[in-house]
Design a protein around this ligand. Structure first.
Ligand code: NAP
Length: 453
């Protein structure tokens, strides 16, 4: 792992924030000033008064170069360290440089000047230092953090930025993300292929995609998957979006290629492949979607592309169904019907359905909410396929009832694995032999889930 260097004016928060973050991230923290004192065997004010600033700067360069050789640490540097060109080069080459940009007026409120050797001449000195150094800070920083809020806010934001550098080469982002099976799937694929990559999970709160993306670019994260609630909001941050993903308005996979962020959507094809494996698919089928969120939007689009016979979209808010239906207008060959979640509409829709796809979190572990009635399943033709995109628990009440009625049914695990395999092809830019990988992962994860439920 690369070093993370915090730079900025004295009092901007480098040391306090650095210590907290290093502990959170589980990496060593190094305060360069303490290293210098250890090298000299005396406190910094004594080095300055006894030997002068040039001597101090030489020690500082030595301490920095030794930190650079170790790697994997969060290093709080002195405010003047990066002013030497060789130090700036050393930091940029051995790590990611973060400028903690706190306005001088805020710093003066936060610090005790008498504890800062460089500021003994009073507050004007800090303004002079800012004028001398700010351009160099800006020129050398991979990321500039505007530290204008509370320390808690700064710690949360910087923890997110730094997390990108500590979780591996690829990751899944979402909020919340703790439950995600994606790391197990992708690490399983990389292991099977004999690749050394690591895939982690990063919790990105709503409204913080800008900080995450800055981390992606600074640390060079090779790729990431996107889940709830970011599939639409990620789009303005990307340089290139494949046509299908742009058309359906949702991206679930992003690769960093030669500095450009390229997005695609593998959910749609993932489900298509799994339906085909189960003797169905979209072509010529009457599709019923329950829910009108991000995944329903992508599936509706794919179903039209694949020439479904018809699509019915039912959700508790009919207006949202209409929003999903709107971009489907050009697909004149597939009639689209929108409706509410009432039992009457559910029964009527079920009568005209070959493939029912459940796209809401109802019945998912942790949601506490489930269908009020499942009687509409009785209205399905006996040949219908019931597909629940929820995979935890493996058999939701919807699937239990479908099973009792003798209907073919499947949960969301297959889609989850297939979209991940397609994402890995996008990340690695190579075609994988997906079937054996799919079968092994499906068996492993299904067994694990059945044991825990
Ligand atoms: P989303 O954008 O948040 O949409 C959720 C949909 O469910 C919305 O239509 C929402 O209605 C509806 N909904 C939520 N709570 C409801 C309730 N109590 N009663 C009725 N409707 C309710 O989420 P998404 O990305 O589309 O994902 C939907 C589901 O699919 C999730 O369970 C997710 O885990 C699953 N999924 C699985 C896979 C897989 O690979 N297996 C992939 C993607 C998604 P409102 O808009 O009115 O809130």
């Amino acid at each position: 792992m690369k070093n993370i260097y915090f730079i900025g004016l004295p009092g901007c928060g480098k040391t306090t924030l650095g210590k907290t973050l290093a502990q959170q991230l589980g990496i060593p923290f190094l305060d360069l000033d303490s290293e210098i004192e250890a090298l000299a065997g005396m406190p910094i004010p004594k080095i300055f008064s006894g030997y002068g600033e040039p001597f101090f700067r030489d020690l500082e360069s030595r301490a920095l170069h030794s930190a650079a050789q170790k790697g994997g640490q969060l290093v709080a540097t002195g405010g003047g360290c990066i002013m030497r060109a060789e130090n700036a080069r050393c930091m940029r080459e051995s790590g990611v440089v973060v400028f903690i940009d706190r306005p001088v007026s805020h710093i003066l409120k936060d610090i005790h000047i008498q504890h800062r050797p460089l500021l003994q001449d009073g507050p004007q000195k800090l303004l002079d230092l800012s004028a001398q150094r700010r351009d160099t800070y800006l020129q050398n920083a991979h990321f500039v953090y505007q530290n204008e809020g509370t320390p808690t806010q700064a710690a949360e934001d910087l923890a997110l930025f730094c997390a990108v550098g500590t979780r591996g080469d690829f990751a899944v982002i979402g909020w919340p993300i703790g439950h995600s099976l994606s790391p197990a799937i992708h690490n399983g694929v990389f292991e099977s292929l004999g690749l050394p990559h690591r895939y982690g999970a990063i919790a990105v709160p709503p409204g913080k995609l800008d900080i995450f993306i800055a981390g992606v670019r600074a640390f060079g994260l090779q790729g990431f998957n996107v889940t709830i609630p970011h599939k639409q909001d990620i789009m303005p941050f990307l340089d290139d979006i494949q046509q299908d993903a742009a058309d359906c308005g949702a991206v679930n996979t992003v690769a960093l290629r030669s500095g450009r962020l390229c997005g695609t959507n593998t959910d749609m094809e993932g489900l298509n492949q799994v339906l085909q494996k189960n003797g169905s698919g979209f072509a010529g089928r009457r599709i019923l979607l329950l829910g009108a969120g991000g995944v329903a939007r992508a599936i509706a689009f794919k179903a039209c592309r694949e020439k479904a016979a018809s699509i019915q979209i039912l959700a508790r808010d009919v207006q949202k169904c209409r929003q999903v239906a709107l971009p489907l207008h050009p697909f004149a060959h597939t009639p689209v019907h929108c409706g509410g979640f009432t039992s009457q509409e559910l029964v009527a829709a079920a009568q005209n359905c070959d493939v029912l796809i459940h796209c809401t979190p109802l019945g998912m572990q942790g949601t506490q909410q489930d269908f009020e009635s499942l009687d509409f399943l009785e209205a399905l033709p006996k040949t219908a396929l019931v597909c629940d995109l929820v995979y935890n628990p493996p058999k939701t009440t919807l699937l239990q009832r479908a099973e009792q009625l003798g209907l073919t049914h499947l949960n969301g695990l297959g889609m989850l694995i297939y979209q991940a395999l397609l994402a890995d092809e996008f990340f690695l830019q190579q075609t994988l032999t997906k079937e054996p990988l799919f079968d092994t992962l499906y068996q492993t994860l299904n067994n694990k889930q059945e044991k825990t439920t």
